[in-house]
Design a protein around this ligand. Structure first.
Ligand code: ADP
Ligand code: MG
Length: 464
């Protein structure tokens, strides 16, 4: 039929606009490397990449010892964790954690409500310390605080909130020190604990990765959002003048979600998603790549096909117009549907949109759309990583010969979406070439960030 032909035409055009041939990816790599440099040079407001100085200038060595806590606040859940570290021999002697859902009303309430809730859950957790945990006499318990929102870090254990994201909007907190907010709440709860480190989740992942493998230089988050951090030479950070870490390096939190380049394959659908988002104009890279958005992009494509090519018949299913009903786990399930008649696609479209009796060729087209959106995302994420490798001079074999570089990666998108993972890996390999790509290891590091925060609390302990 002519409508089916029209649908095929729309998909073909989309495929063209979303394509990421190697030449285009190379432009993205170069633009990323350049923006990393620009962001390190100054604190100018116009910089795309904030390149936040993390104040982490010593990474775990394995010598860390003692009892340390971590608190991870960044999504819908928060996790509390304690570890008993036993140095080079003992390593992680024991660890315990618990995960608590944040009541939705607290995500948009007051500072006092949110932090009192967190501190009281933490206090509860402290009372259940098992027999393998031991605090040296005369010491206060110490905590690493993982806080995955943009923060202007002012010291290892303080930083002011730049803005909320991911559904949080707690009144009158922007510009305030988040560690002070936590400390005050702990005091109100009568909890005797010292906050030794405030860390971004990327930095926690880097620290956790480094504890297991000393060649970890970069950490990437691919979950609800996306971000990356890496280990930079202190003398390559002009805006860090005067602050000369003894180690000679500093971990930089890129906040790369806000990356943009004219080489990014942005379509009218991406532009509409951005315009209708809570942060229009911001975080374009994140909106092309991360788990919060991939499902929503595909929903917009399906709506277009329903409107212009009657993909689901003459009436447009009303749920197809509801923003964010289609999730990225839905996309990955449909994309990876191996049943011969695409049952998963059928069930997903039925459950999410209430659409039934979908012909097989339409189901195949839906799988194709998921592929177009996910492959673009995966390859752009890969180009971002190669951009950091390029900034570090590790995209080529240098004078010093083959140096191994490990990238620690965390987040549900990377962990659970294997087609995404595979496409990202092959883009990195294509960009680096076979010889260099042998020296670069992409490593899943699920919940490295929790352990990482305890390790950073240890290396920044007030007692050492
Ligand atoms: P956060 O980023 O909030 O800290 P996670 O790292 O656990 O949390 O990532 C959760 C995100 O990962 C979800 O929002 C979702 O987009 C994505 N995700 C989870 N499961 C899957 C899956 N099976 N396939 C694809 N994406 C997934
Ligand atoms: Mg997370």
């Amino acid at each position: 039929t002519t409508e089916w032909k029209r649908a095929e035409g729309i998909v073909k055009e989309l495929e063209r606009q979303c394509s990421t041939p190697i030449s285009r990816l190379r432009e993205v790599v170069d633009a990323m490397a350049e923006e990393l440099r620009v962001g390190l040079a100054s604190e100018a407001k116009s910089n795309l990449l904030k390149m936040v100085i993390s104040y982490v200038d010593t990474l775990p060595t394995g010598d860390e010892k003692g009892l340390f806590y971590a608190l991870d606040l960044g999504g819908t859940n928060f996790r509390v964790l304690r570890v008993q570290l036993g140095g080079k021999e003992g390593r992680v002697i024991d660890k315990e954690f618990t995960e608590v859902t944040i009541p939705a009303n607290l995500m948009v309430g007051t500072e006092k409500e949110l932090f009192d809730y967190i501190a009281s859950e933490l206090a509860k957790f402290v009372t259940s310390e098992g027999k393998n945990f031991y605090l040296e006499p005369g010491r206060q318990r110490e905590l690493g605080f993982t806080f995955s929102f943009p923060v202007h870090q002012t010291a290892i254990a303080s930083g002011t909130l730049i803005k909320w994201s991911k559904g949080f909007s707690v009144s009158e907190m922007v510009g305030k020190d988040v560690v002070v907010a936590l400390k005050e709440a702990m005091e109100r709860q009568g909890l005797d604990m010292h906050v030794s480190a405030l860390v971004n989740d990327t930095v926690g992942t880097l620290a956790g990765g480094r504890y297991r493998d000393e060649d970890v230089m970069i950490a990437v988050i691919l979950g609800t959002g996306t971000n990356a951090c890496y280990v930079e030479h202190a003398d390559a950070i002009p805006k860090c003048q005067g602050l000369l870490p003894k180690s000679g390096y500093m971990v930089i939190n890129t906040e790369w979600g806000n990356f943009w380049s004219s080489h990014l394959p942005v379509t009218e659908f991406d532009k509409a998603l951005d315009a209708e988002s809570i942060n229009p104009g911001d975080h374009i890279f994140e909106k092309l790549i991360s788990g919060m958005y991939l499902g929503e992009i595909v929903r917009r494509l399906l709506l277009k096909l329903a409107e212009d090519a009657a993909l689901f018949g003459d009436n447009i299913p009303s749920r197809l117009r509801e923003p964010y009903v289609l999730t990225t786990p839905n996309i990955s399930a449909m994309h990876q549907d191996t049943s011969p008649d695409l049952k998963v696609v059928e069930n997903t479209l039925k459950n999410v949109f209430g659409i039934s009796h979908i012909p097989l060729r339409t189901r195949k087209l839906v799988v194709e759309l998921c592929g177009i959106v996910a492959v673009r995302a995966a390859r752009l994420a890969g180009a971002g990583i190669v951009g950091i490798l390029k900034k570090l001079g590790r995209d080529v074999i240098g004078d010093t010969g083959k140096m191994r570089t490990v990238v620690a990666i965390d987040g549900g998108l990377y962990e659970h979406y294997s087609f995404f993972r595979q496409n990202m890996q092959s883009a990195v390999k294509e960009l680096l070439g076979s010889e260099v790509s042998e020296t670069v290891v992409l490593e899943l590091s699920s919940d490295g960030s929790g352990i990482g925060a305890t390790l950073l609390a240890a290396s920044n302990s007030r007692y050492s």
